[in-house]
Ligand binder design. Structure first.
Ligand code: ZN
Length: 189
């Protein structure tokens, strides 16, 4: 994690409030973002948001990513804190494989079975760059905005003081997906 290229800090006004934005380019060429408020406390609210182009930008309701991002942005704009926009699309299998997994889901496989059919684990994400970014901001402890308890285990020596849930109302398209996340991947909904 020594060869990370780091941008300047710029101001990013959004419909939820004004943030600062800074980009971190890792050795694989993936560009991650820290989106943060001016008033970072010593225990800030942090959302580690995994990239989901279809949910975040295209309004897909197959998953709850877009809603989770909006919830996090609104809350962090109000309370102060940071969103780390983690560029590991499709739980780190990439967009092409994610669309292939969606095609398998159209045939009746669930999200985990579809990943296995393609030769991937249910979740291929890693969090080294997240740790790097938190350490760069000298964040030693935080309140993590997540429904995924596995994220809590994977931030190394950075202390998670509290887990703040994100409450999303399921829709007919994502209720099956949310149920698999809850029953088989340990998510707390
Ligand atoms: Zn998604």
């Amino acid at each position: 994690m020594n060869n990370i290229e780091i941008s300047q800090v710029a101001i990013l006004p959004t419909k939820y409030g004004t943030f600062n934005i800074q980009a971190f380019k890792d050795v694989d060429g993936k560009e991650h973002l820290a989106i943060f408020t001016d008033n970072l406390s010593d225990t800030p609210v942090v959302r580690v948001h995994s990239e989901c182009l279809t949910g975040d930008a295209i309004g897909s309701v197959k998953c709850d990513c877009g809603e989770q991002l909006a919830f996090a942005q609104a809350r962090i704009a109000k309370e102060g804190g940071m969103i780390i926009y983690h560029r590991q699309e499709g739980r780190n299998i990439g967009l092409l494989n994610k669309v292939n997994a969606y095609a398998l889901q159209d045939k009746g496989f669930d999200t985990i079975e579809a990943n296995h059919q393609l030769g991937f684990k249910a979740d291929e994400r890693t969090y080294e760059v997240v740790e790097f970014i938190l350490k760069y901001f000298e964040i030693k402890q935080l309140k993590l905005l997540t429904n995924n308890p596995r994220k809590i285990e994977s931030l190394g020596d950075i202390k998670i003081i509290e887990r703040l849930p994100i409450q999303i109302t399921p829709n007919p398209h994502n209720e099956g997906y949310l149920k698999v996340k809850k029953d088989q991947m340990g998510h707390l909904l």
